[in-house]
Design a protein around this ligand. Structure first.
Ligand SMILES: [Zn+2]
Length: 356
């Protein structure tokens, strides 16, 4: 019988004479892993790295506070408004979150969700409430906005670049919320692979992945129908994490309870990465198209959380290079099983701390 989700690894062995050991002949192992859905490969290699430490975050927060366009005293004056036929009153508010147009739009409908009135939260202190408000505002905005996208399929993309190492240009917590007919190359390929999987096996890949990973070495935890794991083929130099939503395909499908469960899991995983000295990340929710374009369900909504950092902060050495950007080959210095073990410990601690 064929294995439903195959975790394929190729071991590599480089032979060299190591000057650190009197030029003794050594073999250095690395490996190439293949994503079970897409077949995309990722490398796991040894690399001399002395660990990460956050910069002076309080200084960054203080220096950017005064001119911040998303802080409450400035947001009304300096952020744009949507036309009333899209959002009555021009901006959509949910809790402490506000959605307004991106002054530099990526697409026909391109919004920003400022998630909270507070200018800065450290990664180990991001409140679940800010994530909840931001994602609720994004979902409600996309429910309207995806109806305005021309063509067969409308995708509601929600991303969060947190702190400068991620490419985020504003410190104030904010998400990008885009309604588009073009979901991007990676998601387009993933959805095509998911459709082929569904056609071949009659089941949704994400559901089969969760079943295969549950309780295993890459499993982190589960809350309210949202499962967290460390992807078998990693994306980040220091690893990454993935959330999978049971029975959901798009952000617009999420209930308030789904969003609350995701927010709770996300802040636990963020605390786990922050405990390793990480202080910046990219988050991307990977949806199928909204509405009838995706019947029958072929895709489980996922979120990818990718910690970002400077390999060498003094020289501003980026954690992405030709391999990621030009060869589209992911590269990690750490095994997903080790990442998951650390995050599992943080998850359990957080739960013990919450008293249940
Ligand atoms: Zn601010």
């Amino acid at each position: 019988m064929d294995e439903p989700v195959a975790f394929r690894v190729e071991k590599k062995r480089a032979r060299l004479h190591d000057p650190r050991r009197g030029f003794a002949a050594v073999e250095v192992e690395s490996e190439v892993r293949y994503d079970p859905l897409t077949g995309n490969s990722a490398r796991i290699c040894h690399f001399a790295h002395s660990g990460t430490r956050p910069p002076d975050l309080a200084a960054i927060a203080a220096a950017t506070r005064e001119g911040c366009p998303f802080c409450p005293e400035r947001i009304e004056a300096v952020t744009p408004r949507f036309p009333d036929d899209l959002v009555a009153g021009g901006r959509l508010r949910r809790g402490g979150a506000v959605v307004f147009p991106n002054l530099f739009p990526y697409d026909d409908v391109s919004g920003i969700a400022a998630m909270c009135p507070e200018h800065f939260f450290a990664m180990d202190a991001v409140p679940a409430q800010a994530v909840r408000d931001g994602l609720t505002a994004a979902r409600d905005f996309l429910r309207v906005a995806t109806g305005r996208v021309a063509g067969d399929a409308a995708y509601g993309i929600v991303t969060w670049n947190y702190m400068p190492a991620s490419g985020g240009s504003q410190v104030h917590p904010h998400m990008q919320v885009v309604a588009t007919s073009n979901p991007g190359n990676a998601l387009r390929r993933e959805l095509a692979a998911a459709a082929a999987w569904r056609g071949r096996r009659g089941r949704v890949y994400g559901d089969e992945l969760v079943a295969a990973e549950r309780g295993g070495p890459r499993w982190i935890g589960e809350a309210g129908g949202v499962a967290w794991l460390a992807p078998f083929a990693p994306s980040g130099l220091l690893g990454d994490a993935q959330a999978l939503f049971a029975e959901r395909a798009a952000v617009t499908d999420l209930t308030d309870a789904d969003i609350a469960a995701f927010a709770e899991g996300l802040v636990r995983v963020l605390r786990g990465f922050a405990a390793q000295g990480l202080w910046s990340f990219n988050l991307c929710l990977m949806p199928d198209a909204c509405g009838g374009a995706r019947e029958p369900r072929r895709h489980a909504l996922t979120a990818r959380l990718l910690p970002r950092f400077y390999l060498n902060p003094q020289l501003h050495v980026s954690d992405v290079a030709y391999m990621h950007l030009l060869l589209e080959e992911r590269f990690s210095m750490t095994y997903p099983e080790e990442v998951a073990a650390r995050l599992r410990a943080a998850w359990t601690e957080a739960r013990a701390g919450a008293g249940g």
